[in-house]
Design a protein around this ligand. Structure first.
Ligand code: GLC
Length: 653
């Protein structure tokens, strides 16, 4: 049962697709106050857990911290942060009478979940113009499923997107890319996608390709396809200001860029230098921005990642001028000869300064809406621009698409990757914890930069992280320029990587099947143990194991120098290990706590009592998977309902 409440004049985000009439009933479970902005306050019982909030820091149970929905370009994901790149304003409170809340509000919103007061939730924002959805149901899981239904079906990628993809910021020429492919193919490390970061472009201009490095891009795309490699270019939010550049010229002429109050185009510096932001909240501008993807699609491209769409701002023209004036004054003042912290702070405060959100506007049906009011919708609508355009450009084909920033609603158009994590052991666990929370908010095609984006990685970290990554729909190794080389072939004993990535391919029929069941049934692919075993004493507290689909539990190793880990089984299960010699070890373990040994080059999973899963032989790309090699592992008398389709044709909604 879902109730919709309206306060003031909400901005229509299109997060919810089902028509629900607004009710004037009293809000249950808590108190709403609209005096100074908006707040919803309710109390928690000692053992109530709070789930949701999608892409975020901290645990699966979000209790005990302050989360702020304000899409931020911040590449240091420590526990101390309050926001990451997304705003996923949905929570579920467990307990005697479980309930869910979705606050459809695209500005800055705080979720104080037992942070100020241990037993109190307070959700608040400065402006009381929003919709509040209150959902009750039999259990947190039931509430999630009801919510998922009203926000519409999750994005369905092409099947090749379940293969492994290699990425690194810094590949710049056709030769760089060819080398990566050759190394993988020579070492027989499976691979389906090769990501193109910003250096493929001409001067970081969206929808352009560096002509010198790729003299015949179309032929290059074809050459890669012949080797079963899909090239996946990045598209950034900012359009470079450069006379003669057609995207810039057209956007400017048609008034499709975000404007200042005085009607001039807002200027923000990002990778290309000065840029304008396409006004993706204006339907006409959104359709125009989306239509530009055709430039690359017509050259054979069938996948994209949308980046810098919080939107990230290194500095605005206004901020830049302020600092210039400040430095002038600073230098004119003879008494202040040395560089001081003050100056440093001033310069550092330029990037992603929220003051800039008051400096530009969106044209929504002729009304100028300040960016601050709708900040969290930018990435969503940039990705929607692409998704809506694909339906026109190639209605018969699924296109791979994922974004960095997002809001609920975007899950219908694409997936997400979780942004600039680090090569830290703690980030394996953070990756795991985000998975069910993301699924609760509709995001199914998800994954992290495996091995870590920032900082220098280590071989053991990459292998352990991969043993989680083999299960995430988006499986990509991505790293930042100037960090230690992170391609698998850069490490000793490459065969270990071949084996672990091979396990991914052995599991693709199962993973694809479970993904599709989750997407078509508005269900979760990754669940906290609490959702399957709500009455178990320990299961609700488990934060480092997940249920995947209806058959398996995963429990990766995420600590350095460990030979294995402790695992909790809420029921009897078969402990499966994919061994490096290609065999599969199976051992039945009783309900309870166990220590299981797992070597660096082994991939573990647990099959639930009475279930089995399909496994095929490893292949070097998705198209070469031989379904005739399919066998079932797990409980002998069990059967499995395999979903399959051609992996390409869009599925009617
Ligand atoms: C951003 C992205 C990262 C990318 C880099 C360069 O930091 O999050 O994935 O490599 O920009 O484009």
């Amino acid at each position: 049962m879902i109730k919709k409440y309206q306060y003031g004049k909400p901005f229509e985000t299109d997060a919810v697709v089902e028509k629900i009439p607004v009710t004037s009933d009293a809000v249950p479970y808590g108190t709403v106050c609209t005096e100074n902005g908006f707040s919803f306050t309710c109390s928690l019982e000692k053992n109530d857990a709070v789930y949701g909030l999608g892409e975020n820091i901290r645990g699966i149970n979000k209790r005990g911290y302050l989360y702020i929905s304000q899409a931020s370009d911040d590449g240091v994901h420590t526990e101390a942060k309050h926001s990451l790149y997304a705003a996923h304003n949905f929570i579920v409170v467990s307990g005697e009478e479980p309930f869910g809340l979705f606050v459809d509000y695209p500005g800055r919103l705080s979720f104080d979940i037992g942070y100020t007061e241990q037993n109190t939730i307070r959700i608040s924002c400065d402006d009381a113009n929003l919709y509040l959805y209150v959902i009750n149901g039999d259990s947190p899981y039931d509430i999630v499923k009801q919510f998922r239904k009203i926000i519409g079906r999750s994005y369905i990628p092409p099947r090749f997107a379940f293969g492994f993809g290699q990425s690194r910021w810094g590949y710049a020429s056709a030769d760089d890319f060819k080398k990566v492919v050759k190394e993988h193919r020579d070492a027989h490390i499976p691979m389906d996608m090769l990501y193109m970061d910003i250096d493929y472009m001409q001067d970081y201009k969206d929808f352009t390709v560096n002509q010198q490095e790729f003299p015949d891009f179309k032929a290059f795309v074809e050459e890669m396809k012949a080797q079963n490699i899909h090239l996946v270019p990045i598209i950034d939010a900012g359009v470079k200001v450069e006379e003669g550049y057609s995207v810039y010229e057209e956007g400017k002429a048609k008034n499709y860029f975000c404007k200042r109050k005085d009607g001039t185009d807002f200027e923000a510096a990002v990778w290309p230098g000065w840029t304008h932001f396409p006004d993706v909240l204006n339907p006409e501008a959104r359709a125009w921005f989306g239509s530009n993807y055709e430039t690359l699609i017509s050259q054979g491209i069938d996948g994209f990642w949308n980046d810098m769409n919080e939107p990230a701002i290194f500095y605005s023209r206004e901020g830049f001028n302020e600092v210039k004036d400040y430095i002038k004054d600073f230098l004119a003042d003879g008494a202040r000869e040395n560089l001081t912290f003050e100056l440093q702070e001033k310069v550092n405060s330029l990037a992603n300064n929220t003051k800039d959100y008051d400096r530009f506007y969106h044209n929504v049906n002729g009304e100028m809406i300040p960016h601050r009011m709708v900040h969290n919708l930018f990435g969503y609508n940039m990705t929607r621009a692409a998704g809506e355009a694909f339906e026109k450009i190639c209605p018969d084909k699924r296109i791979l698409l994922f974004s960095r920033s997002s809001y609920i609603g975007m899950h219908r158009y694409g997936g997400i990757w979780t942004g600039d994590n680090k090569s830290w052991w703690s980030h394996i666990l953070l990756n795991l914890k985000m998975l069910p929370s993301l699924n609760m908010c509709g995001f199914l095609y998800v994954g992290a930069d495996l091995g870590g984006f920032g900082d220098d990685t280590t071989r053991d970290l990459v292998l352990r992280w991969l043993a989680l990554g083999v299960f995430t729909p988006l499986m990509r190794n991505h790293s930042a320029i100037d960090t230690r080389n992170q391609e698998f072939y850069q490490f000793e004993n490459t065969e270990d990587f071949r084996h672990v990535i091979g396990v991914r391919y052995r599991l693709i029929p199962y993973l694809y099947s479970e993904y599709m069941k989750a997407a078509l049934g508005n269900d979760m692919m990754f669940k906290p143990l609490a959702f399957e075993y709500p009455d178990d004493t320990f299961a609700p507290q488990v934060e480092d194991q997940l249920m995947l689909g209806n058959e398996i539990m995963i429990a990766p190793v995420y600590t350095q120098n460990a030979n294995g880990r402790y695992v909790y089984l809420p029921e009897e299960m078969i402990f499966v290990k994919f061994l490096p010699d290609g065999t599969i070890a199976q051992e039945t373990l009783s309900q309870g706590h166990h220590y299981v040994e797992i070597a660096l080059n082994e991939v573990p999973l647990f099959i639930r009592k009475g279930k089995c899963i399909p496994v095929v032989d490893a292949a070097e790309c998705v198209d070469q998977i031989d379904f005739n090699t399919m066998q079932y592992i797990g409980y002998e008398s069990a059967s499995y309902d395999l979903y399959d389709d051609d992996g390409v044709t869009p599925i009617a909604k």
